[in-house]
Design a binder for this molecule. Structure first.
Ligand code: PLZ
Length: 445
């Protein structure tokens, strides 16, 4: 059944109706009666099956996926290793609750997390269901282990939509507006944003540290929480030396350095983790998304002395580290290793950076091209300025969508287009996707 499913989807983008097609439009009409209007769909085509970098919708259109469900299906859709592992696990047992009766795959995932995350120190992990839940738990652990309360976060940060993580997230609309009151003891400082602040890494870090020391006090800070490459906030890559300087400051001041690698982790940035590019060793790393190939799983991995400072029973949850998600993670990690997806992410990044930089010469609306590995973006500006051009981003996304390509926008001002293809995308698929994107940019410019 699996193989017939796979073979029924080609490897090419192919449109057989206008998009969205009639069946998708009917489903979209139907959803109004039962699905909250608070959830929107970026591209309302309804998906029936998928393979590699191609999604097939209910009307039979084949869509090229340059978004990976927001950086989740890093190993591609319908990967045989993952299908086999998940199917076998579903047949064996789907749930016991790790807190009630444990199972081996949970331990194996924690062993992999300890081996793969930066640093050779002793580490332990706890598993959860979503990125937001992992971030919340990382903060709980850092507060308990340090006996301090303040959490430092950055401009443009995104850490989730639960109450604590809304407070940690920077952008008001749509994430926070009228959802308060928010959790306290969260302090925001400026991010390194080379395109806009022109600062080198150490200077940008000094600016943030000065603010922390004067407004919060180092001795009150439990943790500094940062995305090593910001995701939702605009694929902002900090200037070289920024993360290193912050990490040194946290070590000197007994502050827990938490790297939120939920979007940037697991091969996405052309390394297992984005902090590796600067050789920074975080005290705690949060992971999710690419970790388990689409099954809901998240991890908090940290220095054993921090993670084990928690009293017995202090961490948990009904589903965290669910056995089906756990074997999916093991299969994903195996696939990443076997297919050397770190190297593939770098190739994809080199190609996209080259193509985008040359496109930038031809149009006036691309202000900045940036990113690492298969986490590449461009920032759209009003010609001749650095002012945001969200209208161009909207038009590019909609052009891509109408032509059967999924491209996602991001950024505090919604003016950044980010490319997050599955790492198994072929060179032909990537070239095809870029051709559509380039026409979209030209027509928006
Ligand atoms: N930390 C760095 O990127 C999730 C959010 C999409 P959850 N990013 C996609 C949306 O609009 O809700 C994310 C992230 C970073 C934390 C999270 C939160 O992960 O699994 O969505 O809770």
């Amino acid at each position: 059944m699996v193989s017939s499913l796979e073979s029924s989807i080609g490897t090419e983008r192919k449109l057989v109706t206008e998009l969205p097609g009639p069946k998708s439009r009917a489903l979209h009409e139907r959803r109004k009666g039962s699905v909250s209007a608070g959830l929107t769909n970026g591209f309302p085509i309804y998906i029936e099956r998928a393979s590699g970098a191609i999604l097939q919708d209910v009307d039979g259109n084949q869509i090229l996926d340059l978004g990976s469900g927001i950086a989740v299906t890093t190993i591609g859709h319908a990967v045989p290793e993952l299908i086999d592992a998940v199917s076998a696990q579903v047949a064996a047992f789907t749930h016991t609750c790790f807190m009630v009766t444990p199972y081996e795959s949970y331990i194996e995932v924690c062993e992999e997390l300890a081996a793969l995350t930066p640093g050779t120190h002793a580490k332990t992990s706890a598993l959860f269901n979503s990125g937001a839940e992992a971030v919340e738990n990382a903060v709980k652990i850092a507060r308990l282990a340090t006996g301090r309360q303040a959490i430092i976060v950055f401009d443009h940060a995104y850490h989730g939509r639960t109450n604590l993580t809304m407070a940690l997230t920077s952008k008001n609309m749509p994430y926070k507006d009228r959802f308060g009151p928010f959790a306290g003891e969260v302090y925001r400082v400026p991010m390194s944003y080379p395109f806009h602040d022109g600062l080198n890494g150490p200077d940008a870090a000094a600016r943030a540290i000065n603010m922390i020391e004067t407004q919060v006090g180092a001795g009150n800070v439990a943790a500094l929480l940062i995305e090593p490459i910001q995701g939702e906030g605009g694929f902002i890559v900090p200037a070289d030396g920024f993360l290193t300087a912050l990490s040194e400051w946290t070590t000197k001041n007994g502050v827990v350095f938490i790297a939120d690698e939920i979007q940037s982790g697991f091969c996405r940035s052309g390394d297992w983790f984005a902090v590796n590019h600067e050789g920074v060793i975080p005290d705690i790393v949060t992971t999710a998304k690419g970790l388990a190939g689409g099954m809901p799983l998240a991890g908090v991995t940290g220095r054993a002395e921090l993670m084990n400072a928690v009293h017995e029973g202090g961490l948990g949850g009904t589903y965290g580290g669910n056995p089906v998600a756990a074997v999916a993670a093991l299969a994903s990690i195996r696939t990443m290793r076997d297919r050397n997806l770190v190297a593939r992410a770098r190739e994809i990044g080199d190609q996209l950076l080259k193509d985008l930089t040359s496109l930038q010469q031809d149009v006036a609306i691309i202000g900045d091209v940036r990113g690492r590995g298969a986490m590449i973006a461009f920032e759209l500006v009003q010609p001749g300025t650095k002012n945001p051009n969200a209208a161009a981003a909207k038009s590019i996304v909609s052009y891509c969508n109408s032509n059967g390509v999924i491209a996602l926008s991001c950024g505090t001002y919604g003016n950044v287009i980010r490319l997050l293809p599955p790492l198994v995308i072929t060179d032909e698929q990537l070239a095809d996707g870029f051709a559509v994107l380039a026409s979209a940019v030209r027509s928006a410019g």
